[in-house]
Design a protein around this ligand. Structure first.
Ligand SMILES: CC(C)(COP(=O)(O)OP(=O)(O)OC[C@H]1O[C@@H](n2cnc3c(N)ncnc32)[C@H](O)[C@@H]1OP(=O)(O)O)[C@@H](O)C(=O)NCCC(=O)NCCS
Length: 414
């Protein structure tokens, strides 16, 4: 009997979570309290499992999310997560079956794109996803950073340490502003904030209270929040040697961003600062007296994107100016392919309609996913043979339209 793929029932959840732990190489047994804590975060209607002789051997689920696109618009996205196939059942097409089903459902639900964080690079390109945002992680050698150790706080505004309860109150409003300024960002749910501030704790993942530094501008408006923790206190020969790990740092203004980084870099005893995953063009290295003190620890793809509704996705974002392009999109899954004319006006607003005109560029739907948020160069993909220029100069024109001044960034995993 071939394994049975089905939408999850309430009673399947413990076995489903066990399968997820198996594939993610975590201790498999899931306590009933853990199941209860996780249950509200799982939409069973959007959750699939594959069962073989009653044993769950594959997991998959998705969630509705709003993705910020260039220009600040919010686009309905299906955020895919918990994709797993138990090692005993790998490479038999189970992930492909679950993905195909969810992408078709997402399109029917009216979600214009699907997004996910790929555990490994080679998995998702075949399903039409392309890497759309990247992250960088720096390790700063603080004594060599060339920063003035006499720094006594920002010239304007102030930084204060706040309690988890205070952050639970002020964080959501701040993040709502920040995410609209950040193409590539998604919303943070109430549950996200409960988990972040210790109001909700999974038994398998005990919470340790971090420090929360909040920046308020001269008028008292909360414009920035940085979470950080200290890994261990190391001292040698009476010299402090302490590593500060940045959790999340979000800022609604350049002043807030600068003040919070400056604050974190000036905490006494700290000799090493780990930045956490940041936008690849974060200001961090350049605010140091000596940017070489910021060594890149990680530079990698982060969020992958799959276009499901080409006109809606392309009309949701803005472009660098007026222009016209005919894109010939190949989509093996037949979800979003075809030939489309993208017409943009001087304000950067777009219309996108099916056309029979000759194509300027032809590309796979996965490459459109990579280009969509403005992070990748069309010329670079053309040089790689992944975009084909049908009309001379079209790749340069497309680059001018699609690229954004700052790189997109996805601050949160999901
Ligand atoms: C990644 C994973 C979900 C793939 O599941 P699967 O059921 O084995 O995938 P499929 O059988 O549907 O594979 C489809 C294709 O992708 C390829 N593929 C799958 N996983 C791959 C990987 N990690 N690296 C390279 N290729 C991979 C398969 O070889 C197959 O190629 P083919 O079509 O040319 O034959 C599964 O191996 C797994 O659970 N891994 C551990 C957890 C994990 O990384 N999950 C992803 C979280 S984002």
């Amino acid at each position: 009997m071939s394994p049975d793929l089905r939408t999850l029932a309430e009673s399947d959840l413990p076995e489903w979570l066990r399968a997820l732990n198996n594939a993610f190489l975590m201790p498999p047994t899931v306590a009933p309290e853990e199941v209860a804590a996780r249950r509200p975060g799982i939409d069973l209607e959007r959750t699939q499992g594959v069962f073989d002789e009653g044993r769950c051997v594959a997991t998959f689920r998705s969630m509705p999310r709003e993705l910020t696109v260039p220009g600040g618009g919010l686009l309905a996205a299906s955020a895919v997560t918990n994709v797993s196939v138990t090692a005993t059942h790998r490479r038999r097409g189970l992930a492909t079956r679950m993905m195909s089903r969810d992408l078709t459902d997402a399109k029917e639900r009216g979600e214009a794109v699907a997004i996910l964080i790929a555990a490994e690079y080679p998995i998702y390109g075949r399903y039409g996803f392309g890497p759309a945002t990247w992250i960088n992680e720096w390790d700063v050698d603080v004594p060599r950073s060339g920063l003035d150790r006499r720094w006594a706080g920002p010239a304007e505004g102030r930084v204060d340490l706040m309690t988890p309860a205070e952050v639970r109150k002020i964080g959501p409003e701040l993040h709502e502003r920040v995410r609209r300024l950040t193409p590539g960002a998604i919303e943070r749910t109430d549950r996200w904030w409960d988990l972040d501030t210790g109001q909700l704790v999974f038994p398998s993942n005990p919470w340790k209270e971090p420090f929360y530094a909040v920046y308020r501008d001269a008028a008292g408006r909360v414009d920035g929040l940085a979470t950080y923790s200290i890994k261990e206190h190391r001292w040698s020969n009476k010299f402090p040697n302490v590593t500060l790990e940045t959790g999340k740092l979000i800022a609604a203004s350049p002043a807030a961003e600068l003040a919070l980084w400056r604050y974190l870099l000036s905490v006494d005893w700290v000799t090493e600062l780990k930045s956490g995953y940041r936008a690849p063009d974060d200001i961090l290295p350049l605010l140091l007296g000596d940017p070489r003190a910021a060594r890149t620890e990680t530079n990698a793809d982060f969020m992958w994107l799959r276009v499901l509704d080409t006109p809606r996705a392309l009309e949701a974002r803005t472009y660098a100016g007026a222009g016209s392009l005919v894109l010939d999109l190949h989509d093996a899954a037949d979800l979003a392919g075809g030939r489309f004319r993208l017409e943009t006006d001087t304000d950067g607003r777009a219309t996108c309609t099916p056309t029979r005109d000759d194509a300027d560029l032809s590309l796979d739907i996965a490459e459109l996913g990579t280009l969509y948020l403005g992070d990748e160069s069309v010329l670079r993909l053309t040089a790689l043979g992944r975009v084909t220029e049908r009309r001379p100069g079209a790749a340069t024109r497309a680059d001018t339209l699609f690229r954004t001044p700052r790189r997109p960034w996805t601050p949160d995993g999901f």
